[in-house]
Design a protein around this ligand. Sequence first.
Ligand SMILES: O=C(O)CCC(=O)C(=O)O
Ligand SMILES: [Fe+2]
Length: 344
Amino acid sequence: MSDLSEAYRDYPVHLQHIIPLDFHTVDSVPESHEWPHSDCLKAVIDEISIPVIDLMDPSAEKLVGHASENWGIFQVTNHGVPLSMLMDVECEARRLFLLPIEEKLKVLRSPEGATGYGAARISPFFSKFMWHEGFTIIGSSSLDHAKELWPHEHKRFCDVIDEYQKKMKELAHKLLLLILKSLEISEEDITSCAASACESNGAGALQFNSYPCCPNPSRAIGLAPHTDSLLLTILNQTQDSSALQIFRDGVGWIPVDPVRDALVVNVGDLLHILSNGKFPSVYHRVIVSEKHRISVAYFYGPRTDSQVAPLSRIEVPIYRSLSVKEFISIKAKHLEKALSFIRI
Ligand SMILES: O=C(O)CCC(=O)C(=O)O
Ligand SMILES: [Fe+2]
């Protein structure tokens, strides 16, 4: 069993919070999915946009460090992931979500499980449901699920996923090194920290997100505001519509407008802890529209038995040291309040 699955096993989620609505059968937003005050979803600032960094730029290291500190999110171009690979993974995600609900339920995430089809993990924290269905893959978990969904043609799905995960891991490692270099820490600390994240059984996961066409987008929400838990997330937005938004203190919600062929990179809670609070773990949400949207997120993290603590040797640490597994358990109980529980 993979590390991350083990970390989630102690926090079962009730089936009611796992089984998504059969979105094809509804022609209005049911009360269960109607969010109060969702009109505020439109109140976004359009004039400011998050940094877009060309990874081939000689000053990429400086730009990445600056964006991590000032935004906790940026987009990268010239990232080395072939466009064909981005399109192939989108196509497989689409193929999966277009299956009838009875098929998708064959690979439903179990209450103690971490992989498979189901609603967002954060669902139990909210009184309303989200306009979303997801599919989570950890390591080679997709093999059994794909066999279940396509008994005679699962190979294509698995090949695409394996290649994509490999490429994401490579890119995440490269990005992590760039980000860590901007902290005032020793080469040795950088190498050992990055090495722990790239071990074969690190806590990585691939998340397919689907936001079905919504009959009344101003009443529903795709993903409620949250931060990502691991070190960093690489998001393939796949479409040209703006749906992802980040919250910026003093400004409000800002859209992350898709840039052609770019990938979105955001800081997660663990990197926020490692940086002693220097890099904000960005608070984000997803809105829905009349169009079906797919996104593919890769969450990158170290082994769940490894320790995480602020890396700086000169600053006073603001977070205590803890294992990744312990952090995941605190987050599973307290969601965005998790960081306040480990503050010194
Ligand atoms: O779909 C998106 O744009 C964002 C997805 C996301 O935030 C997540 O999977 O954690
Ligand atoms: Fe997220």
